[in-house]
Design a protein. Structure first.
Lengths: 114, 113
């Protein structure tokens, strides 16, 4: 069974631009959650989607948004990029909502904002 | 196992030794804990989890111990191998309401052959 895939793997943007990241969960998994990982702050929860509905949201500004499609694939969007948005963005999928089943992480998208 | 700024705590061991990685959590209402392993260039990988109604749980070569009195979690790796070299961090879930996972900063484990 294929693992969680994320595209693109690497991305370079400039301040003020917007970016869309994509995550394809493991087949059959209905929960997709997104995380930001930086050396300074570690791994931080962004939001979780389950059956196309946002269940939980972390403490991030409204510039960070996401959605989930009927096939469980998810996208994350960051608008008006700032230098501090440079990070590794990870998504994870699980059969059920977070806390009920094991989460499987993808390899991440490395975003660099110049 | 908590870090300050950019520097992660580091644990260096010899191949074959047992390793113990620690994690302190802050919320006494947390009822579910997970240990992850993250190798360079990869996403975190689930290792083992434990619920607050347990003190100990064993997996293959790994054991997690939970001390709710002092809000402390540890991961023991038996017969550590070079392939165990990675950053290890814990995550906690608070009981009730929405689940927003909170992660520790991590500990870098270096295994010398």
């Amino acid at each position: 069974k294929a693992g969680v895939t994320q595209t693109p793997r690497y991305l370079i943007k400039t301040r003020g631009q917007q970016v869309t990241l994509s995550c394809s969960p493991i087949s059959g998994h209905r929960s997709v959650s997104w995380y930001q990982q930086t050396p300074g702050q570690g791994l931080q929860f962004l939001f979780e989607y389950f059956s196309e509905t946002q269940r939980n949201k972390g403490n991030f500004p409204g510039r960070f948004s996401g959605r989930q499609f009927s096939n469980s694939r998810s996208e994350m969007n960051v608008s008006t990029l700032e230098l501090g948005d440079s990070a590794l963005y990870l998504c994870a999928s699980s059969l059920g909502p977070i806390g009920t089943d094991t989460q499987y992480f993808g390899p991440g998208t490395r975003l660099t904002v110049l | 196992g908590e870090s300050v700024g950019l520097h992660l705590p580091t644990l260096s061991v010899q191949e074959g030794d047992n390793s113990i990685i620690n994690c302190a959590y802050s919320n006494s209402a947390s009822d579910y804990f997970i240990w992850y392993k993250q190798e360079s260039g990869k996403g975190p990988q689930f290792i083992i989890d434990i619920r607050s109604n347990m003190d100990k749980r064993q997996g293959q070569r790994v054991t997690v111990l939970l001390n709710k009195t002092v809000k402390h979690l540890s991961l023991q790796i038996a017969a550590t191998q070079p392939g165990d070299s990675a950053v290890y961090f814990c995550a906690e879930k608070t009981s009730g309401g929405s689940y927003i996972p909170t992660f520790g900063r991590g500990t870098s484990l270096i295994v010398h052959p």
